[in-house]
Every structure is written in structure tokens, then in C-alpha cells.
Design a protein around this ligand. Structure first.
Ligand SMILES: *Cc1c(COP(=O)(O)O)cnc(C)c1O
Length: 362
């Protein structure tokens, strides 16, 4: 097993031993006073993470489950899907798989979507929802979510559905202030929990859309989630052990403070970028960060490798040194590698990975 501080996948990310240990508690029923007390505690911490006063829905599924919930409850007939990488592409694919019409606004992988382009496309009319991935985990690019949300708000009856899976908990997300209609994440990314839970917040507009949605199925019906969370419960049996881990992690997040947590993540991204620059300027390595400066996620860095150096080879050489890093995703597999610096990692641990990476690359 890889010890803490050596596991830098962009999800799942390393889980702190105290959080892992918290799972080891006796079961409680999912109806009744005990679960309500637990859920009440969780709500307070989760609202802080999402910067919302709305209830945070807790789903026992991976994040993809709530991506499906987003489109099934939030799209009436046609969605505009903003594509700048593999996960945003997937969001559109999920909408299509659920039977909706999908238009794509696509930019080159690694780039970000401009609010102006969204405005131009929405002005043409015909779509009732927009899907966007906040932090594109496949490329390390961070979309200007607040600005995109501002544009979508100008279009009446268009909902904004946000995958912030590698955003929430590591990058600023102001659910209420930015008036996001649905924003979701999974437990195993910047929240640094074991995989298996997903969290989402729905606006009143989203709930109204859900109320009129047909064919949304049972498991991801947001009406059912909302009804139960108002009673501090979940529609179906939750992964209780993971809720214990979440309670512990929210205590840890509360102790650090969200502001400090976001700064720590930004410091890790900045350190990666500075390291890449020094490899290029001082060591003559043709290494690059894929996303442009100023448009980079705080939680994942995607590096473009020098010509002739293969991504999978670097990942496997790192493994030999005892580090797990992410390979390039999809069509970026050969040319890139990714370092997930999110959750409970620190700059100090990151230094060790970068030192290893320098040995591998030279
Ligand atoms: C990891 C990830 C997902 C998928 O999450 P699962 O928990 O595997 O369903 C979706 N979107 C983004 C941006 C991700 O990073």
C-alpha cells in the first residue's frame, strides 16, 4: 500500500488516516433520531463548503450519479454542453444518453470557455439548460464559473448545471452568490474522502424544473432527495460508514477553515507551475503546463511532456519510486501526465513528488 503523501491521483485522492478510521463505527438505522443528529451535523459543514444556505443533498453514488440527476431533473428538452475536456464531454454524453437533445460549445482541450461565447450561443435561443465542468480534471483548466453563471442568469428559463467535482472543497465555489442551479461533487476528490458519496445543491428554479420533469426515474429524483433532507434523511439507505468519515472530515475542514483550505490548494498549484517553469528555464526540459496561466485549477495540474517522452512510461517510473500520479486522460494519454494536489495534501509533500519527477524526467 502507498503511504499518505505519495498518492497524487486526481481522484481518488489520499484519505487521512483519522478519516479512514472514523468509518469503523457501529451501524445506525437510516430512519430515526441517530441519523438525524448525524445529518444535522453534516449539513452545517457541507453548507460551509458549498457556501450555501440551501440543504446539501447527499447521494450514495459516485459523482456521475449526480451528473445524471442534474440532466434528468434540470433539462427540459435541449441542453447546451460546454466542452473543454473529457469530463465536460461526458456531461453532454450523459444528457444524450438520457434522451435529451444536446448542442455543444467546444474549445480545444486545455483551454477554458469564455462567458462571451456562452452569451453568443444562448442568444440564438433553443436551449433550456447549460452543463459546465468547473475544474476540468482531464486538463487542469478552470472555467470562469462566476462569469459564466452571470451570463446564464441573463437568460430567463435557462438553468446552469455545474460539475464541480474537482472544484468543491479545493476551489472557491459560491453556490448562492453565483446563483448556480445545480452544483455537484463526489466524495473522493477535493473533499478527500473514500469514493462512494456525491453531494449536490439545487436552486429553487432547479426544484421547480424537477417538479415538472417526466421520466426522471427513481434513484436520482431530486424531489425525493429534497423531501427527505428537509427531514434530515436520505431517500434510500445511505452509505452510513462514509457518513461517519464525512463527519470527521468536515470537522477537520472546519478546523482548518475554508479560506485557508483554498489558499493551500492554490499554493500547491502555483508550486507545480513554478516547478515546471524552472525545469524549462534552468534545466532545459521542454515541459509545459497545459492550461494557460490564470486559467488553472488549484486541484490538478496537467503537464505536457517533452517530445518523445511517453506519459505511461513516466507514470510507471514514478511508481517505481513509490509515487502514484495520474496519467493523461483520453486523447491526452501519451503526451501528458497529471498531478492531483487536492484534499489533505500539502506543498511539503508535493516537493517530494516533484523531486521524484525531476529524477524521472532527466
Ligand atoms: C472524477 C470526475 C467525475 C466522475 O466522478 P465519479 O465519482 O467517478 O463518477 C466527473 N467529473 C469530474 C470533473 C471528475 O473529476
Amino acid at each position: 500500500m502507498t503511504s499518505f503523501g505519495r498518492f497524487f491521483l486526481p481522484g481518488p485522492t489520499a484519505v487521512h488516516p483519522e478519516v479512514l478510521a472514523a468509518q469503523n463505527q457501529a451501524m445506525i438505522g437510516h430512519r430515526g433520531l441517530a441519523i438525524k443528529a448525524l445529518m444535522e451535523e453534516l449539513q452545517s459543514g457541507l453548507k460551509d463548503v458549498f457556501q450555501t444556505s440551501s440543504p446539501v443533498l447527499v447521494s450514495t453514488s459516485s459523482a456521475t450519479g449526480l451528473m445524471e440527476a442534474a440532466v434528468r431533473n434540470g433539462v427540459r428538452s435541449r441542453a447546451l454542453t460546454l466542452v473543454n475536456g473529457a469530463f465536460s464531454q461526458r456531461f453532454g454524453d450523459i444528457a444524450a444518453a438520457c434522451g435529451f437533445e444536446v448542442d455543444a460549445l467546444e474549445v480545444e482541450w486545455g483551454q477554458t470557455i469564455t462567458p462571451e461565447a456562452v452569451r453568443e450561443r444562448l442568444s440564438e435561443g433553443g436551449v433550456d439548460a447549460v452543463t459546465v465542468v468547473h475544474s476540468e480534471t482531464s486538463t487542469g483548466a478552470l472555467n470562469p464559473l462566476a462569469e459564466i453563471a452571470g451570463v446564464v442568469r441573463d437568460f430567463e428559463d435557462v438553468l446552469l448545471l455545474v460539475d464541480s467535482v474537482t472544484g468543491v472543497g479545493g476551489v472557491e465555489v459560491r453556490t448562492d452568490e453565483w446563483e448556480l442551479d445545480f452544483v455537484l461533487t463526489g466524495s473522493q476528490k477535493a473533499m478527500a474522502l473514500p469514493p462512494g458519496l456525491a453531494f449536490g445543491v439545487a436552486s429553487d428554479r432547479m426544484m421547480a424544473r424537477s417538479a415538472e420533469a417526466r421520466g426522471k426515474g427513481v434513484y436520482f429524483d431530486l424531489m425525493a432527495f429534497r423531501k427527505q433532507i428537509d427531514n434530515l434523511q436520505t431517500p434510500t439507505t445511505p452509505a452510513v460508514s462514509l457518513l461517519y468519515a464525512l463527519a470527521e472530515q468536515l470537522r477537520r475542514i472546519g478546523a482548518e477553515g475554508m479560506e485557508a483550505r483554498l489558499l493551500r490548494h492554490r499554493a500547491m498549484a502555483d508550486r507545480c507551475a513554478a516547478w515546471v517553469r524552472s525545469m524549462r528555464d534552468e534545466k532545459g526540459l521542454e515541459l509545459m503546463v497545459l492550461a494557460p496561466e490564470g486559467e488553472r485549477s488549484a486541484t490538478v495540474t496537467c503537464m505536457v511532456l517533452p517530445e518523445g517522452v511517453s506519459g505511461p512510461t513516466v507514470v510507471s517510473a514514478m511508481k517505481d519510486l513509490g509515487f502514484v500520479i495520474g496519467g493523461g486522460y483520453g486523447k491526452l494519454k501519451e503526451r501528458t501526465i497529471r498531478i492531483g494536489h487536492m484534499g489533505d495534501h500539502s506543498v511539503a509533500e508535493l516537493e517530494d513528488v516533484l523531486e521524484g519527477l525531476e529524477r524521472v524526467l532527466r
